[in-house]
Design a protein around this ligand. Structure first.
Ligand code: NAD
Length: 349
């Protein structure tokens, strides 16, 4: 097993982790421990290159610093990636080797489930490290965070819609949802129950068909979701989908969804703002999941009350962010980032 620091000017520390015996190659990135131990999930993907994996772990771990801070948690930002196809290259030995590295960091990084990982994989990690959350069994096990993530996004949609149009009622409002996975599906349930009309897309045709029958949703092709006739766009699949090509296509007045790193570049927040499209910053809108995970990390007994209080506080944070952004005529993303930076500077002082 080899654990080698990767030089970085933006992160506290990044480790390259490799193990010839199990074929393991990955990274653990600790962006910031200013507010607490760095918490963020483990992702396994067949990245095109080692550089791509490094870039991903850097972006995602920085995003976790912002998400955890915005959610009012005593957690810093970190993330881990393993390079490989989770369908064919994920073995218990490889996961255990990675878990031993996490354990060797002594709790400065706490992992959880992300793309390419399952609750069963978290249980394997837990055989070698105490610094894993998202377990399905055990005294403080918090299980699947997706329903809470979706609840937080639903709140964010209502709050952002109300800020723009004066009422949080979603009856007859059309929401386009990109991605019908764990988060997108639960979100559709909330939206449907609230009387919203749904326009959906997913690369998985089965999920689309199910949404058509269960929610009376209108289905569009993958690349048609951006120009779909809708009031609100909820990205719940992949990152980087708000960019120079897609923003001009949008017909909505609000973007609020669950995907991480929705903006391809910092300029894309400005692009949305210039078009009068109100954007709920992703790391604020999708903080429900990490709030749920935090109950396990912090060994909270009354999980329900903790989650409810933190979700409400998150909603207040979003309201304040939108108010400030309107007053200053800037993107809510700029306000949300500046707020977290000020919070961290105060903590570090
Ligand atoms: P998931 O893998 O369960 O679902 C993603 C869905 O998107 C899948 O159904 C997939 O087929 C679909 N998809 C992939 N590419 C697509 C494309 N180009 N167009 C349309 N659909 C596409 O993942 P998830 O857990 O639902 O997470 C969704 C997003 O939310 C991710 O960006 C994730 O990082 C973020 N997120 C998830 C949580 C959580 O609690 N699961 C928390 C915070 C953020």
């Amino acid at each position: 097993m080899q654990v080698t620091p990767v030089p970085s000017e933006t992160h506290e520390v990044i480790y390259r982790v490799s193990d010839a015996e199990t074929g393991l190659l990955g990274f653990i990135a600790i962006h910031s421990t200013t507010l607490g131990p760095a918490a963020g999930g483990l992702r396994m993907r067949p990245y095109d290159s080692v550089e791509d994996a490094l870039l991903d772990v850097k972006r995602l771990s920085e995003g976790m610093t912002f998400k955890n801070a915005a959610a009012g948690l005593s957690l810093g930002g970190g993330k881990a990636v393993i390079i490989g196809d989770p369908g064919t290259q994920k073995t218990p030995e490889l996961l255990r080797a990675f878990a031993r590295t996490i354990q060797s960091l002594g709790g400065t990084y706490i992992t959880a489930e992300d793309m390419g990982m399952t609750p069963a994989d978290m249980a394997i990690l837990a055989t070698e490290t105490a610094f894993v959350a998202g377990l399905t069994e055990g005294e403080f096990a918090s299980g699947d965070p997706s329903p809470i993530t979706a609840r937080g996004i639903f709140n964010a949609i209502r709050t952002t819609w109300a800020h723009k149009h004066g009422s949080d009622a979603l009856t007859g409002v059309t929401v386009s949802v990109q991605g019908l996975g764990n988060v997108g599906w639960h979100l559709c349930e909330y939206l449907h129950d609230a009387g919203a009309q749904l326009v959906v897309t997913d690369v998985d045709a089965g999920r689309v068909q199910k949404a058509q029958s269960q929610f009376n949703a209108r289905a569009v092709a993958i690349d048609e979701i951006y120009a779909a006739e809708a009031d609100i766009f909820a990205p719940c699949a992949i990152g980087g989908i708000l960019n120079a090509q897609t923003v001009p296509m949008l017909k909505v007045s609000v973007v609020a969804g669950g995907a991480n790193n929705q903006l391809a570049t910092d300029q894309d927040a400005g692009r949305l703002h210039a078009r009068g499209i109100l954007y709920a910053p992703d790391f604020v809108a999708n903080g429900g999941g990490i709030i749920n995970v935090a109950t396990e990390v912090e060994k909270i007994r009354d999980r329900r009350s903790f989650v409810a209080a933190k979700l409400q506080a998150l909603d207040e944070t979003l309201k304040n962010t939108l108010d400030q952004a309107s007053k200053r005529d800037v993107s809510p993303a700029d306000v949300a980032i500046a707020t977290v930076e000020a919070q961290m500077a105060a903590q570090a002082a």
